[in-house]
Design a protein around this ligand. Structure first.
Ligand code: SDX
Length: 390
């Protein structure tokens, strides 16, 4: 468009909505050029070092840090909701043991609605919003129980019921492994949950907002979000990173493998981002953390391979703004925490449930149906041709 032409006054076609602001939020701020992420103004690095997931959930949902009694009250409310109905355990038993975990999680999140009397209310009234907050709390509290016990089922192991004396990270690892985790392991997961909790209007969050904006219910919105996160261009990338590391297998294979993919113009999973054109600050923290936990667990080779991959990709693509994103070093971290590769995206969903729900509550507080237009490029004035003439 030359400077002489008037700016378009009608709808603009913004493929992928990269240049469109579709909502307002107070929860997370991203400066993609500088690689900055803040939750309610607090830098993500400070939160990862000092906060807990439960405190981060409070921060995102209340737009301020809690006082001790407020945090204690939230933790107790979450613990009171860890357990899932027996009918859901029975449902898990009916799943094929080779079911894709994100299919299982999407199905179970949806099924929770059948057991929540609040599930049918998502009005924009104060009582409707209070109901949405209750549903949000139940979803954040129960998702770890769903994931851990699906994994127990597929391994042919007995279910492990949640322990209401544990925090979310400890409780998840307790149910997953049937034994209380070390403090280091529990803290490692807690940090991952903090880092993945919210991230502006990413694809799955936007999908959740579209759903709740119709005044559908929180469970439907979370089901939408889980399904959207599953994709390898989004939350599924962390699993693909681990698969790539396993495929490479050794330091010697890193260079030929990565350079081959780049030459074939194939995507290197865990790199690039729609918003960050600098280092993803979550990757910055996770890189340091991954090195420590890889060292502590005898997996330093994985970290060193990752570092070599990063060096090759940055040399080839930094000019295009391609840097490691949150998924690149979270893969090594989750692996070192003993999480199976095909559960990595479920871990992402476990954390992001808080961000998704927070955005849904923000949407209800200032709702307008989200309904963009499509650019029609089909025919016009076409005749209806009778079957005999076709
Ligand atoms: C998450 O949005 C969020 O906030 C998401 C997230 C969150 O917290 O919710 O941060 C979580 O989803 C992180 C992203 C995880 N996905 C991956 O790691 C998959 C690999 N990354 C790419 O698919 C890609 O980077 C996207 C999808 C993430 C972003 O792509 P864009 O913004 O649509 O950019 P693009 O595909 O148009 O790429 C621009 C150029 C292209 O080259 P050219 O065609 O211009 O020559 O950069 C290249 C791309 O080929 N490129 C890559 C690359 N990512 C982009 N080349 C190699 N490897 C990559 N990973």
């Amino acid at each position: 468009m030359t400077t002489m032409q008037a700016a378009p006054t009608g709808p603009i076609f913004d493929k992928g909505l990269a240049n469109t602001i579709a909502a307002e939020t107070q929860m997370s701020f991203i400066d993609g050029g500088k690689g900055v992420l803040e939750y309610v103004g607090i830098d993500i690095d400070a939160l990862a070092r000092n906060s807990t997931y439960e405190e981060t959930v409070y921060l995102l949902w209340n737009c301020r840090l809690p006082k001790q009694h407020e945090l204690d009250a939230l933790k107790s409310a979450l613990q009171a909701e860890y357990e899932i109905p027996d009918a859901i355990y029975d449902m898990i038993k009916s799943f094929p043991r080779d079911a894709v975990p994100m299919h299982a999680l999407r199905t179970l999140v949806s099924a929770l609605a059948l057991h929540d009397a609040d599930a049918e209310s998502s009005e924009t009234t104060p009582s409707g919003i209070e109901s949405a907050k209750r549903q949000a709390l139940r979803l954040v509290a129960k998702t770890p129980t769903l994931i851990a016990n699906f994994d127990r089922h597929r391994a042919g192991k007995p279910f492990v019921r949640p322990d209401k004396s544990f925090d979310i990270a400890t409780n998840f690892l307790w149910m997953l492994n049937g034994e209380k985790p070390t403090e280091a392991m529990a803290r490692g997961l807690d940090i991952c949950l903090i880092l993945h909790a919210d991230h502006g209007l990413n694809a799955s969050t936007f999908a959740a907002r579209v759903t709740i904006a119709t005044l559908s219910d929180m469970y439907s919105a979370m089901t939408t979000a889980v399904g959207t996160l599953k994709g390898p261009l989004h939350g599924g990338a962390n699993e693909e990173v681990m698969i790539m590391l396993d495929e490479i297998g050794s330091m010697e294979n890193v260079e030929p493998f990565v350079k081959g993919k780049l030459e074939r113009k194939e995507l290197i999973m865990g790199f690039g981002h729609r918003v960050y054109k600098a280092y993803d600050p979550r990757a910055t923290y996770l890189k340091t953390f991954a090195k420590q936990i890889a060292t502590d667990t005898g997996n330093l080779r994985l970290f060193e391979m990752s570092q070599k991959i990063e060096g090759i990709v940055l040399a080839a693509k930094a000019d295009k703004g391609i840097f490691p994103n949150v998924d690149f070093y979270s893969a090594t971290t989750y692996h070192c925490l003993g999480i199976k590769t095909d559960l990595f995206t479920c871990m992402f969903a476990m954390s992001r449930m808080s961000g998704w729900a927070g955005h849904c509550i923000e949407q209800l507080q200032d709702n307008r149906l989200i309904r963009p237009q499509a650019k029609y490029n089909g025919p016009h004035a076409a005749p209806y041709v009778a079957m005999a003439q076709r």
